[in-house]
Design a protein around this ligand. Sequence first.
Ligand code: FES
Length: 460
Amino acid sequence: MFLQAICVRQNGVCVFFTFAGKLNAVMYMLSVWSANSELPSFPQLSNDKKTDVLIVGGGITGLLCAYMLKTHGVDCVVLEADRICRGVTQNTTAKITVQHGFIYDKLLKRCGTEKAQMYLCANERALQRYRELCGNIACDFETKDNIVYTKQNRRKTEAELRALETLGAKAEFSETIPVPIEIAGAVRVPNQAQFNPLKFLAEIAKGLEIYEQSKVFEIRDNRAFTAHGTVQAKQFIVATHFPIFNKHGGYFLKLYQERSYALALENGPKINGMYVDEAPKGMSFRNYGDLLLIGGGDHRTGKIGGNYGELRSFAKVHYPACAEAYVWATQDCMSLDGVPYIGQYSKALPNVYVATGFNKWGMTSSMAAAELLRDRIVGKENDCAAVFSPSRSMLTVQLAVNGSTFLTGVLTPTKKRCPHLGCTLKWNPTEHTWDCPCHGSRFAEDGKLIENPATDDLKK
Ligand code: FES
């Protein structure tokens, strides 16, 4: 192999040409969804407005909240700092399922049957809502089984199966899976779904009142302030991935972020389902058309992890004839107990709501959040809300880990510091970015903000 790779940067996208017997073009960091969908664009906010509900953030959560409220006759406005769906939404692996790892056994043991049932029920309703909406939208929606496997501990599989049965969910045991991984057992939940989220959201966004390039820098006296206009509202939803208002709610201690990576391989085998390891650093698999999507390489943002290298090594061994068509990375907010925070932002802010901490299950969780927050705003009781309450008890080991990472980050003496809360930044040699281990803000080499909770570029 005499030519290994040439990278040509175009509009922030790196187009990779590799020579491996034939010439392939690989769009670096452009997900399969971004490359195969077109999103509508919206104007910038340029005057003062009044509405019932202002939603800050135009990712999947913000758009679904707006859609749900609008279909209930509630007037709402979405303000997006960049373009809609340009953050985590475009970089998902797009699985819609109630089965979020082996969560139900843990929930039953930690919170009891009632709360575990709430979690299942909210996600079943979300799946059902997708089914209804996607019936009228061309978004490559397909019903597929979801399978969570374990490589080592068969007893875990049996416990999860029992938990699902206790809660009345259909599930079955599988001895094998059609991906080249030796497993100790797997739990299969039938009739879940996969889709192209950007094709779906392009339709959902039509007819919503959205303003792009309209960064909210403050909410005060029931008014959100942007550079060129304000929006007065009765209620607010913060749907900014990581909540951007630090004074309330303690989200800088209750959340951290993890990066994970994905490859789309041309002409991979058809695996007829969605597969994911229950282990935190395991791999995931699904098809999209003729492509095989492989996810994994996870690590806390700002720390070392498996990265693209882990996925490429796996693909080289097991799928040597499949060329990379797309390569991308994403970043997820992780809560302290594996359950999202959906509800009142903090006790001090009675008319502000939040939806965050989806723990890598953003497709289903965002729809669950939209239904829960719609009900809260229109004054309808939702029997699943309690398990997601952001003010629930948070005394966990992860809280101590987050606290000590923050202290270390703040006290480490370096020049490059994060504008969020002042932690030291780490250079990410793979993605050529400055990453913050404390809460996951990221910046391009030239200091431009890529991921929140920071809201500003690095100072020159
Ligand atoms: Fe919070 Fe950097 S993201 S200090």
